[in-house]
Design a binder for this molecule. Structure first.
Ligand code: SIN
Ligand code: FE
Length: 296
């Protein structure tokens, strides 16, 4: 396995991109900035506690409209937290604008999240357990090949790394797990849509991405001994990847900022490197769009 990590020794959020970095991200590698820190102000240090999360929520999130969701703490603390998350959002967008200039004007920013929970004490079902290797796929929001680009910052105040495992490239993993995928059924996708389990009709692409996600997480042998490296992302560092393509798991850590950006399908510099193109080649028929899935 080639190293799935590309380390960039940059310490400024304003970056001049290089074509080889874009190619690395589009190949599913993780760009790691060990010396790029999101600065938590001394007055914000008190926000780094689990109590800033409301008991029912997984993350705190801030929408583009400035509305903060999922937060605990007092009203004053929530206002402070909103300002901190907004600052990260602005810096993450600035980073990507410089790092991946080819995507300028094409990306749509999702809400920005603050994740104060300790990873290693979280207990979850196999399917929801991100401590198992997976690629990101959304059960309720079909995306038809839209890309999930993510910027992460470890802001742990005690210096604890956020430890990931990062695995083999998407095509290698897809070749291993596709044979176990249940076939796509249009009538099932229609039923899920009618029942509002999905927000729109699940395409064959979305079905296969979920099947890969689930099959990877369920496979104990792959989890234990599949090709992978352990990657401690230092406190005060940033990393960027296509999380629908880079195979990953989070093993430990606490306090992270995260920004998701969506790129429309086919707008990569090399669309042929995308999960959609790879799966389409492997399956041998269109997986999204007009005609896909009809009659099955
Ligand atoms: C994930 O996408 O699997 C979560 C990553 C993290 O919490 O570090
Ligand atoms: Fe994930």
């Amino acid at each position: 396995m080639n190293s799935p990590i590309v380390e960039l020794d940059l310490a400024d959020w304003r970056v001049a991109g290089r074509t080889e970095w874009t190619a690395a991200v589009e190949a599913g590698r993780v760009l790691y900035f060990p010396h790029l820190a999101f600065e938590v102000l001394p007055t914000e240090r008190a926000l780094l506690r689990e109590g800033m999360l409301s008991p029912q929520s997984r993350n705190v999130s801030l929408g583009a409209d400035g509305v903060l969701k999922g937060a605990g703490g007092s009203a004053a603390e929530q206002a402070q937290l909103a300002a901190m998350v907004a600052r990260f959002r602005q810096q993450a967008l600035q980073l990507i604008d410089g790092l991946l200039p080819e995507y300028r004007g094409l990306l749509r920013a999702a809400p920005t999240s603050f994740r104060p929970r300790q990873v290693e004490t979280r207990r979850q079902s196999v399917r929801a357990d991100d401590q198992r290797m997976h690629v990101d796929a959304f059960p309720s929001r079909p995306n038809y090949g839209e890309r999930i680009l993510r910027v992460f910052a470890n802001i742990n105040p005690a210096g604890a790394p956020r430890v990931w495992r990062v695995g083999d490239d998407f095509e290698t993993v897809a070749r291993q797990f596709l044979p176990r995928a249940k076939p796509y059924r249009l009538w099932q996708a229609k039923a899920l849509n009618a029942l509002h389990v999905t927000k729109s009709l699940r395409s064959e692409y979305d079905h296969l991405m979920l099947q890969l996600h689930d099959a990877m997480k369920r496979d104990e042998a792959y989890q234990k001994s599949g090709a992978q490296v352990s990657m401690p992302f230092a406190a005060g560092s940033v990393w960027v990847c296509y999380s629908d393509q880079a195979t990953h798991a989070v093993m430990s850590g606490q306090f992270m900022m995260e920004q998701t950006l969506y790129l429309p399908p086919g707008r990569e510099v090399d669309p042929q490197a995308s999960p959609l193109a790879i799966l389409t080649r492997l399956v041998g028929r269109p997986l999204v769009g007009v005609g896909a899935g009809v009659g099955r």
